[in-house]
Design a protein around this ligand. Structure first.
Ligand code: GLA
Length: 498
């Protein structure tokens, strides 16, 4: 070996042993038996670090960096429609390991993760698959009234498991909620494990036997729902249906699944918002071909005017907003904001302002009554999101008020709309089958207030003959051209007039 070549070789190994360039992976085992992976695809060039970071459901491009192997920071940026998300990691090279700290959660501790070198390409986003030509997916004939049931996410998030779902099915029966119409028991995100050698989606340790669980739920006279994403990952970073749509639909059918919530999240790393219709059509077709009747719930936060094309992809309901939280501000902002899209709702296809928070503890009884009344006026799906095994009587009473449920489930399938908005006072009306109307007087103020409305403002020529207060369970005598009532702070008076 020439002396010159030897010197170059030494120089090269010195340079690159301390170089961050390469592919790195953190493998973080979770209690559910799945492994959370974070990938770093790094290049040190001209004094900067470039490349990508892929966390559970996000794919960031590194747009800023400081330092090098002895100590660095990385800023990742990703575009989500018109939103820009960023993340920041700090770390250093320690021997053969990359010690990295993800962004600190509020006041949480700085957690250090250890990444090891891995082969190039591992963790890269899969290539974009071609999308089908648009066509009309035949309607499945389901959800002639807004779906009713329960979903695990709002209360339990990742703490959902087989035992909890069985107990919830039992509680739906024992509390009388099933008799009141709540039939779907829907498992949200975090049930998924990775795929087997044939590409079949597996369940993680929390759900040892999905078919047995479905059989159990069915044995109670209930139906069962599940969750996935059109992307490679779900929102919580579990395996999505990307490239396995038909296979997953068949798996769900084989398990006996009756309802699929299909959440965009991970798909934003591959597709643009304007691809949504074709992406959702793919699963709509797959469900129709699965051999089972499965309600199709679109979850893409109301982007791309989903209400205009939701029925065409076989959708039975579609989220119209971002995620609800268990607070008055969140619920009121979502519920009172559903003003323009009423004409798009109807039997078989519904606007979905997100699942109920009733009973989760963040609102008062009056606020939860407003939540239930507003969702019913909106002909919204009624998916309870609370712990049904530990429910206060007043919460059960709200959820099972049959007169209010009847407004939601009315056969005409018309979504209500505001007839009057005066500051914090709002009156909403919903046309019911047979010419009756639901009239809701809302008080969004922090103090009790009198809310008044004239019948002509509601499109009635004369004062209705009958009225019933659906929360007081009392008939109301109507006299004259105006109706007024004292409505508690953040509360509602809900009437059925005919
Ligand atoms: C999104 C959805 C939620 C829930 C979570 C699960 O945020 O909008 O309703 O399904 O994902 O990860």
């Amino acid at each position: 070996m020439s002396r010159m070549f030897f010197v170059l070789l030494v120089a090269h190994s010195v340079c690159c042993a301390a170089d961050l360039t390469g592919n790195w992976v953190v493998r973080d085992p979770l209690p559910d038996g799945t492994v959370r992976r974070t990938y770093f695809d790094l290049r040190e060039e001209r004094g900067a670090i470039r490349g990508h970071i892929r966390t559970r459901a996000q794919h960031y491009e590194i747009t800023e960096s400081t330092g090098g192997s002895e100590g660095f920071t990385l800023t990742g940026t990703m575009h989500d429609g018109s939103n820009i998300r960023t993340t920041k990691y700090e770390g250093k090279l320690v021997g053969d390991e990359l010690h990295v700290s993800p962004p600190r959660r509020l006041d949480g501790p700085l957690v250090e993760m250890v990444a090891h070198r891995t082969q190039a390409g591992e963790g890269a986003m899969p290539a974009r698959l071609p999308l089908p030509i648009l066509h009309q997916v035949p309607a499945n004939g389901l959800a002639n009234t807004p779906p009713m049931g329960w979903n695990s996410w709002n209360k339990f998030a990742s703490k959902v498991d087989d035992a909890g779902v069985r107990a919830t099915a039992d509680a739906l029966v024992a509390t009388g909620m099933k008799d009141a119409g709540y039939v779907y028991v829907n498992i949200d995100d975090t049930w998924e494990a990775e795929r087997d050698g044939q590409g079949n989606i597996q369940t993680n340790k929390k759900f040892p036997d999905m078919k047995a669980l479905a059989d159990y739920v069915h044995s109670k006279g209930l139906k069962i729902g599940i969750y996935s994403s059109p992307g490679p990952n779900t929102c919580a970073g579990y395996e999505g249906s990307y490239g396995h749509e038909a296979q997953d639909a068949k798996t769900y059918a084989g398990w006996g699944i009756d309802y699929l919530k299909y959440d965009w999240c991970g798909a934003r790393n591959i597709y643009q918002d304007e691809d949504m219709q074709a992406v959702y059509q793919k699963m709509g077709d797959a469900l129709r071909a699965s051999g089972r009747e499965i309600v199709f719930s679109l979850c893409q936060y109301g982007k791309d005017d989903v209400w205009k094309w939701g029925p065409e992809v076989g959708g039975n309901l579609w989220r119209t907003t971002g995620d609800i939280r268990d607070s008055w501000d969140s619920m009121a902002k979502i519920g009172f904001g559903q003003t323009d899209i009423a004409p798009y709702a109807g039997p078989g296809h519904w606007n979905d302002p997100d699942m109920l928070e009733i009973g989760n503890g963040g609102m008062t009884v009056n606020e939860y009554r407003t939540h239930m009344s507003l969702w019913s006026i909106l002909a919204a799906p009624l998916l309870a999101g609370n712990d049904l095994q530990h429910m206060q009587p007043e919460i059960l009473e709200i959820l099972t008020n049959r007169d209010v449920i009847a407004i939601d489930q009315d056969g005409a399938g018309k979504q209500g709309a505001p007839a009057l908005k005066e500051g914090t006072k709002e009156v909403w009306v919903k046309e019911l089958a047979g010419g009756a109307k639901a009239v809701a007087l809302f008080n969004r103020a922090d103090a009790d207030a009198t809310v008044a409305v004239t019948w002509t403002a509601l499109g009635l020529k004369t004062t209705p003959k009958h009225a019933r207060d659906l929360w007081l369970h009392k008939d109301v005598k109507l006299t004259g051209p105006t109706y007024s009532a004292v409505v508690p702070a953040h509360g509602v008076v809900l009437l059925r007039v005919f």
